[in-house]
Design a binder for this molecule. Sequence first.
Ligand SMILES: Cc1cn([C@H]2C[C@H](O)[C@@H](COP(=O)(O)OP(=O)(O)O[C@H]3O[C@@H](C)C(=O)[C@@H](O)[C@H]3O)O2)c(=O)[nH]c1=O
Length: 176
Amino acid sequence: MPFEFENLGMGIVLIKPKVFPDKRGFFLEVFKSEDFTKAEIPNIVQTNMSFSFKGVVRGLHYQITPKEQGKLVFVPKGKILDVALDLRKSSPTFGKYVKVELNDENHYILWIPPGFAHGFQALEDSIVVYFLTHNEYSKSDERCVNYSYVDWPIKEFIISDKDSQCPPLEKADVFN
Ligand SMILES: Cc1cn([C@H]2C[C@H](O)[C@@H](COP(=O)(O)OP(=O)(O)O[C@H]3O[C@@H](C)C(=O)[C@@H](O)[C@H]3O)O2)c(=O)[nH]c1=O
């Protein structure tokens, strides 16, 4: 199988793709329906890309039920600290978050299931992030938790006006 699936707990999966290097560079598969289905990762219906400068924090974002989104996160260029915050009220890890560095050398792909808020910080300039989601974007169902909930490594943040106004966890809409 061209992927190794490592369970990080809480339903979060770190996917290590097989890399095929040759004299031109390298090739890898990012998503494959059959293999991912076997790993209990649902099919993808939308793919997004963002570009960010060093220090940028995007997050912590999620969509509420029934438009909740599981996300595959992949970094084709640069490095990020990726964060998934558990918002499932009935979960023993509610309010806890997982941090993983994703970069263009480890080629890791992170599966964040529905029920989590997601965010990241760009650890260097001009990074590119791909998100593959299992439910489509729905503006009216978007929610966020304040980014300051996470201890980010770079303290000079660049964030959007929208993200600077996200509520603290205590006031956020959460999942059952
Ligand atoms: C997320 C999204 C945004 N947009 C639009 C809305 C807005 O005008 C513009 C920028 O949106 P945002 O400021 O929300 O972009 P951004 O802050 O990069 O949002 C993303 O952050 C990371 C952490 C995630 O987890 C993603 O799911 C997504 O929420 O793009 C879409 O058209 N489709 C989409 O799927």
